[in-house]
Design a protein around this ligand. Structure first.
Ligand code: AMP
Length: 213
């Protein structure tokens, strides 16, 4: 099952993908998390993209496409994938369809006001990328990851100026993908405003209704 999670930053794509990967038995591949791992280990790629991520701009298409293409060649992808945060431009969508066939594009919908609230309260476990929210999805012990106990951080691009830029970039570069995938008959809307568990249940229902498995 090849799924794309599309939607604005803060819509909960990563959180729901983390739940859905266990329910569906396919890996969750987040292009943003792949870049953050490179930054963390200080690789040449990480050094090149660090300032871009911090400002909330997009990494260039060529680098991103090659990086994701390589990841989709790993053996764990044999039964499918959840792609979260890729594609983000029309050029990326066109490149993707040359090396893989997405079966459904889940369009996470959420009002701008809620997006801002979610992003400002988001906290992340740096080693796994697991997401929390200080109010809506808090960890068992405030400030620490439920499983590893590591200290949670706020992503540098979850600060106010970067958030506004990311929303602008989303509207300009990524939102056109909604029409792109609608025309291909792949788009399925998903209301992202309930809790992550409820959104997951709706997603699984949608998959069953559409006969995608
Ligand atoms: P995310 O974790 O999906 O919010 O992504 C974090 C950041 O990684 C983005 O703001 C971009 O700087 C970069 N990034 C992630 N995915 C892509 C992509 N498909 N194309 C370009 N840049 C990306």
């Amino acid at each position: 099952m090849n799924l794309i999670f599309l939607g604005p930053p803060g819509a909960g794509k990563g959180t729901v993908a983390d739940l859905a990967k266990d329910a569906l038995g396919i890996p969750h591949i987040s292009s943003g998390q792949l870049f953050r791992e490179q930054i963390k280990i200080g690789s040449p790629l990480g050094k090149r993209v660090e300032a871009i991520l911090k400002a909330g701009n997009l990494v260039d298409d060529e680098t991103t496409i090659e990086f994701v293409r390589e990841r989709l060649g790993h053996p764990d992808v044999a039964r499918g994938y959840i792609l979260d945060g890729f594609p983000r431009t029309i050029a990326q969508a066109e490149a993707l369809c040359a090396f893989s066939r997405p079966e459904a594009v889940i369009n996470f919908t959420l009002s701008e006001e809620r997006i801002l609230r979610r992003l400002e309260g988001r906290r992340v476990a740096p080693s796994t990328g697991r997401n929390y929210h200080i109010l809506y999805n808090p960890p068992k012990v405030a400030g620490f990851d439920d499983e590893t106990g590591e200290a949670l951080i706020q992503r540098p691009d979850d600060r106010k100026e970067a958030i506004l830029n990311r929303l602008e970039v989303y509207l300009r570069e990524t939102r056109p993908l909604i029409d792109h995938y609608m025309e291909k008959g792949l788009l399925l809307d998903l209301d992202a405003s309930p809790s992550p568990r409820e959104v997951l249940d709706q997603l699984l229902l949608l998959m069953r209704e559409k006969g995608i498995h």
